[in-house]
Design a protein around this ligand. Structure first.
Ligand SMILES: *Cc1c(COP(=O)(O)O)cnc(C)c1O
Length: 445
């Protein structure tokens, strides 16, 4: 390197690592993370992207922006309530508090009165039974898929799961329920056709090889026209006569009916209607943490809980804490977003729109998460030029809009109202970034 090469002036690693602000950052970030940020910044200076005297401020800026997790909180302006790519249900304040409290040592498997071991997750179990009175017992596992694996393994491995051809569904991202069930060693005994299945189809299939009857809620599609299915109520006498359990995978996770979602099945009705066991997710409509819920007859839940696989799919203490608090706490963000008052949504959208000179257009939100397909949630959106979407996503806070029909739409349904001002600031920043570039879309501002 020549004597006058400015790269000679790039601060050395030990110099940068010794800066007081960098030393402080090393208390919240690992040595490796800090070192790699320092190295990356030096590299930028070596490539000439940064002047040597800018290295130190750039390192400090990068450290300030870096947290230990790279997961970035996002304002969900899509109008999709249970957004799979955004981690499904946002937790309630009560659930968040419980989760943080459970992060340390916690009595998840201990009776503090006697000092002896207790049943794991007793609080979550009690909350589930309170929220779903027809259930005699309940078990929470890792997720809905794990619940289905545990149920089919414990009840039907090496035997048959009788299921309608109209219920052999793919839930999302290539997740096919029939493949999951077969992976347990249970054999599928398909009955009926895609559009129609009758009670006699089940009656002809059931026999000594039957491990369980399985009903699966199709979740993310609807079959219309010449269709017929067999409900749990009709199947119950058949299942009872043969002494085989009737399992219903409901997917969505409603424990009791929601008048806003009349088509969505719920655990209490399914159990009252004849199912011996229901399966549901914790982080869809229930609005809680990722979990798989198994509710039903005591004897069936006990078979599952006693199976060796139960240990491999058990819920962790954080999920158990958040699940109990979701059930015992106030309305969840999912419920609030589903039931949001359209007039209030409109007033909020108009305020944001007026502040940035954009129009408000009618916009339907969605339940999402493979629930209530085709059910619109009428509301409003602020319409921005399509090119605003990228700077919104890249901003802080990150904002996910809906890009549709060459527009960037901001639906406030899933944005907590106290975040409206942060959203406005993010929109202003994104639009300013756009003004610097000619997006060529003509825009609507
Ligand atoms: C979502 C869903 C599952 C899977 O649940 P996860 O919690 O995503 O594992 C299983 N069955 C049905 C019917 C579903 O809708």
């Amino acid at each position: 390197m020549a004597q006058d090469d400015p790269r000679r002036l790039i601060p050395r690693t030990d110099q940068l690592m010794g800066l007081p602000a960098v030393r402080r950052a090393r208390e919240r970030l690992s040595e490796e993370v800090v070192r790699s940020l320092v190295r990356e910044t030096q590299e930028r200076a070596r490539r000439g992207e940064l002047a040597p005297d800018q290295v130190e401020p750039a390192v400090l800026g990068a450290l300030a922006a870096r947290s230990a997790s790279t997961l970035t909180p996002v304002l969900n302006a899509t109008g999709v309530v249970v957004h799979t790519n955004l981690g499904r249900a946002p937790l309630s304040a009560a659930a968040t508090e419980a989760l943080v409290a459970a992060a340390g040592y916690v009595d998840v498997e201990l009776d503090l009165r006697t000092g002896t071991r207790s049943r794991r997750g007793a609080g979550a179990r009690a909350a589930l039974l309170t929220a779903c009175p027809p259930a005699e017992d309940a078990l929470a596992v890792n997720n809905g898929a794990a619940a289905l694996v545990l149920a089919t393994t414990a009840l039907a491995a090496g035997r048959e799961v009788v299921i309608s051809r109209g219920e052999l569904v793919e839930i999302g991202a290539g997740f096919r329920l029939p493949e999951l069930i077969e992976s347990t060693g249970a054999r599928l005994r398909e009955v009926g056709t895609t559009n129609r299945t009758h009670l006699r189809d089940y009656a002809e299939a059931i026999g000594p090889e039957t491990g369980c009857l399985l009903k699966v809620h199709p979740s993310n599609f609807r079959v219309e026209g010449f269709t017929s299915g067999v409900g749990a109520e009709q199947l119950r006498p058949l299942a009872r006569a043969h002494g085989v359990p009737l399992v219903a995978d409901l997917g969505s996770g409603l424990l009791t009916p929601d008048p806003y979602l009349p088509e969505e099945p719920d655990a209490a009705s399914a159990l009252a209607g004849g199912a011996d066991l229901v399966i549901a997710s914790g982080d869809k409509l229930l609005g809680g943490p990722q979990a798989g819920l198994l509710l039903g007859r005591a004897e069936v839940v006990a078979r599952l809980a006693g199976h060796p696989l139960a240990r491999a799919v058990r819920a962790d203490k954080l999920a158990l804490a958040a699940l109990e608090a979701t059930l015992a706490g106030g309305p969840t963000p999912v419920v609030q977003a589903l039931h949001a008052d359209p007039d209030r949504l409109r007033a909020r959208a108009e305020r944001l729109a007026a502040a940035v000179g954009a129009p408000v257009v009618p916009h339907d939100g969605r339940v999402g998460g493979g629930g209530a397909p085709g059910v619109p949630l009428p509301g409003w959106a602020v319409r921005l030029p399509e090119a605003a979407a990228a700077p919104l996503r890249a901003g802080r806070p990150a904002v996910l809009p809906r890009v549709h029909d060459h527009a960037c739409l901001l639906d406030l349904r899933c944005v907590p109202e106290p975040d409206d001002d942060r959203l406005l600031a993010a929109v202003r920043t994104a639009l300013t970034a756009l003004d610097g570039t000619d997006d060529g879309t003509g825009g609507t501002r």
